[in-house]
Write a protein that binds this ligand. Structure first.
Ligand code: MRU
Length: 352
C-alpha cells in the first residue's frame, strides 16, 4: 500500500457514476454524480472529466448505464439503441481516440451476447475491465518511463497526463509516482497550460499531494526554464497517436518538442496502446478540436480581452514523429521507425 495519495477521478456506483469535477480544482474538491447519458456527455464536453483514458472510462460507464435501462427484450432493438447512444457519446469530443476505442469495445462486447440481459451484464463488466486494465497499463508505462530518467533529473511536462486523466498513476506523470514509491528524487516543471490551465490547476495539485517536487511555470517560460534550470527531458501524454507516430496532445506540445530539439534534450510521449490509432495514417488525419472563444478571452471567469476580438482556440496540436525521441507504452519503449514499430505492438498484444 502506498503511503501517499494518488487521486482517482471516476467511480462506478451501479446506479450512477461519480466523478471528480476537474473544472473546479484546485479551489474546490467536488465529486458529482452522473445519472444519465446527457450528464455524461456534458461532463466530457465541459472538461469536468478530461484526459484521454478518463474520457474513455467515463463514456464506457455512461453507455453501460444507459443500456441497463433499455426496456426491450429484442436483441435487434437493443443493438440499435446502443449504437445510437454510442454515437451520441462519441460526439462529446473529437480528438482523443480513447473515447471511440472504449465505446466501440463496449458495442462489440454487447453484440456478442446472446440475449439482452447478457448484453447488459457484458457492458458493465467490459466498462469495469477497461478501468482496471488502465490502472495496470499506466503502472507499466510508469515503470518503462522511469528507466529513462536518472536520480536528480529535472523533467518538463505540459497539461495533465496524470492520475486524474486516467484510472490511476497517469501516463506522463506515472514515472514520478513510481519514483516517489522507490525513493528516487525527480523534479517536475509543469507548464500552466493555457487556456484552461490543466497544468497549473491539476498537475501541481495531484503531484503536490503525493509529495513529488513540482514547480509551476507559465507557458512562455519554457525556453528560459530549460536553459536556466538545466531540464534533462520533456515528457507528455497523448490524445491520439497516428500509425506513423505523429502525436496529437494538448496545445503547446508541438512547441515543446521543437524546444527539445533545439536544446538537444529528449522528447518523450507516454501513452497506452488505446491511444494509438492504427487506422489514422498520419497526424494530418487527426481531427483537432476547436473550443469556445471564451476559454481564451476569459481567465477564471474574468474577461481579459476586448469584446468582439477574433479568437483561434485549438485544444490540441500535432507533434511530427521526427521530433519524438521515444513513445513509451505498456508494451515497452519504441524509438523511431514508428510506421512499422507501432503496428507490431498490437500484433504482440496479449489478452488481459
Ligand atoms: O483537453 P484535455 O484536458 O482533455 O487534454 C488532455 C491532454 O492533452 C492529455 O495530455 C492527454 O489526454 C493524455 S491524458 C493521460
Amino acid at each position: 500500500m502506498n503511503s501517499f495519495a494518488i487521486p482517482r477521478s471516476v467511480e462506478w456506483r451501479e446506479t450512477h457514476i461519480t466523478i471528480l469535477n476537474q473544472q473546479k480544482l484546485p479551489s474546490v474538491t467536488e465529486y458529482i454524480d452522473l445519472h444519465t447519458l446527457e450528464d455524461v456527455h456534458e461532463a466530457i464536453a465541459t472538461l469536468k472529466v478530461r484526459g484521454a483514458p478518463a474520457i474513455g472510462i467515463t463514456a464506457a460507464y455512461g453507455l453501460a448505464l444507459a443500456a441497463s435501462r433499455y426496456e426491450t427484450e429484442a436483441v435487434d432493438e437493443f443493438q440499435r439503441r446502443l449504437q445510437q447512444d454510442r454515437d451520441y457519446l462519441a460526439s462529446a469530443r473529437p480528438t482523443a481516440v480513447n473515447l471511440f476505442w472504449a465505446l466501440d469495445r463496449l458495442v462489440a462486447a454487447a453484440n456478442s451476447a446472446a440475449s439482452v440481459n447478457e448484453a447488459k451484464t457484458s457492458l458493465i463488466h467490459e466498462a469495469i475491465r477497461i478501468q482496471i486494465e488502465d490502472e495496470d497499463v499506466c503502472r507499466r508505462i510508469g515503470e518503462y518511463a522511469l528507466t529513462l530518467f536518472r536520480p536528480g533529473d529535472r523533467v518538463m511536462t505540459i497539461c495533465n497526463a496524470g492520475s486524474i486523466a486516467t484510472a490511476r498513476y497517469g501516463t506522463a506523470l506515472a514515472p514520478f509516482y513510481l519514483a516517489k514509491e522507490k525513493g528516487i528524487e525527480l523534479s517536475v516543471y509543469a507548464l500552466e497550460t493555457r487556456p484552461v490551465l490543466q497544468g497549473a490547476r491539476l498537475t501541481t495539485w495531484e503531484l503536490m499531494q503525493a509529495g513529488v517536487d513540482v514547480t509551476l511555470i507559465t507557458d512562455n517560460m519554457a525556453a528560459q526554464t530549460i536553459k536556466a534550470k538545466h531540464i534533462n527531458a520533456i515528457i507528455v501524454g497523448a490524445d491520439r497517436i497516428a500509425r506513423n507516430g505523429d502525436t496529437a496532445n494538448k496545445i503547446g506540445t508541438f512547441g515543446l518538442a521543437l524546444l527539445a530539439q533545439s536544446f538537444g534534450i529528449p522528447f518523450y510521449v507516454a501513452a497506452p496502446l488505446s491511444t494509438i490509432d492504427i487506422k489514422t495514417k498520419t497526424g494530418a488525419d487527426i481531427p483537432i478540436e476547436e473550443r469556445h472563444p471564451d476559454e481564451v478571452t476569459h481567465l477564471a471567469g474574468v474577461r481579459i480581452a476586448p469584446e468582439g476580438v477574433n479568437v483561434y482556440n485549438p485544444a490540441f496540436d500535432v507533434t511530427p514523429n521526427e521530433l519524438i525521441t521515444a513513445i513509451i507504452t505498456e508494451k515497452g519503449i519504441v524509438r523511431g521507425h514508428y510506421e512499422t514499430a507501432l503496428p507490431s505492438l498490437f500484433a504482440k498484444e496479449e489478452q488481459y
